[in-house]
Design a protein around this ligand. Structure first.
Ligand code: AMP
Ligand code: MN
Ligand code: MN
Ligand code: MN
Length: 276
């Protein structure tokens, strides 16, 4: 089976490596086909594609879109679209526009919790300031000695109910799918095992995604357990979704799964790359 990794990040969003270094690392790890899927931005794609051509691996345009569904933050990956699409670029710009303001509110909330200057600190970690994310706050709080690692920053400060978390309105599910489809791409539910949804709510979410023309879900993901793989393999079959595989690599030392190192898709699923 081809070694396809269809979810990872560069410094165009909250990854630690520039897009060309991400592609070179993927090629060195034996990846045959890579999609770069930065959050809410397509700025890394042209460098990534040029580097993939140099390395002789296949490249797929990707993006990971932040949406809000019934109050939860969910991620939709778009694959194999035209990055010049006006509808897609305007939509992504509209999501990015809210990020700096949200980051200022996070800084103010952390200040109240006794951590001053977190906004400025996080900004120093953001390669692309318009993509300032919770991951940059986490790196700053580790660097400044507030927490021992990124995971504990999230647990203590950056998830709902914690002092540095602020609500934010992202795109809707319908918006995100409309943008991906307008650009000729395929929409994929990112790491479905990560969302705090009951089995019943997950089915309702997947049914809505399906009705809006969503075609695939990540079955193999860097954040999935063996149980998740079983559950989402079954749901993919039940809903007739294509199955995707993506490490969600953000950088060496920070991500548990390196580029191209996930197990293959389970048998009996239709890989999303058959549709490219
Ligand atoms: P944002 O888009 O600003 O809400 O930030 C979300 C990003 O934070 C994700 O894309 C991950 O890179 C990172 N992230 C979210 N939850 C966690 C977690 N529990 N541990 C480590 N990183 C996380
Ligand atoms: Mn991220
Ligand atoms: Mn994600
Ligand atoms: Mn991701």
């Amino acid at each position: 089976m081809l070694n396809c990794d269809l979810h990872c990040h560069s410094t165009a969003s909250d990854g630690l490596l520039p897009a060309d270094a991400v592609v070179r690392r993927a090629a060195a790890n034996g990846v045959d086909m890579l999609a770069l899927t930065d959050h809410d931005d397509v700025a890394g794609l042209s460098l990534a594609r040029a580097t993939a051509d140099e390395c002789g691996i296949a490249f797929v345009n990707g993006v990971e879109i932040s949406i809000e569904w019934t109050g939860l933050q969910i991620h939709i990956v778009g694959l194999a679209f035209d990055p010049a699409s006006t509808a897609l670029n305007d939509g992504l710009a509209s999501i990015r526009a809210g990020r700096i303001e949200r980051a200022r509110r996070m800084g103010a909330a952390l200040e109240k919790a006794g951590i001053p200057d977190a906004f400025e600190g996080a900004m120093r970690f953001a390669g692309n300031p318009s993509l300032i994310s919770r991951a940059h706050f986490a790196r700053h709080l580790v660097d400044s000695g507030v927490c021992k690692d990124v995971r504990s920053v999230f647990e203590s400060y950056l998830v709902p109910g914690r002092p540095g978390y602020v609500d934010h309105r992202w795109a809707s599910l319908a918006d995100a799918l409309a943008w991906v489809h307008a650009a000729g791409g395929i929409a994929v539910v990112a790491h479905p095992g990560r969302y705090k949804l009951s089995a019943r709510e997950m089915r309702r979410f997947l049914a809505e995604f399906h009705d809006l023309g969503g075609q695939a879900i990540e079955v193999m993901s860097g954040s999935h357990t063996v149980d998740h793989v079983g559950t989402f393999g079954r749901l993919a079959r039940e809903f007739g979704f294509l199955a995707s595989r993506g490490s969600d690599f953000h950088g060496p030392g920070e991500s548990y799964v390196d580029l191209g190192k996930l197990a293959p898709l389970p048998d009996g699923l239709r890989p999303v790359w058959d549709a490219f």
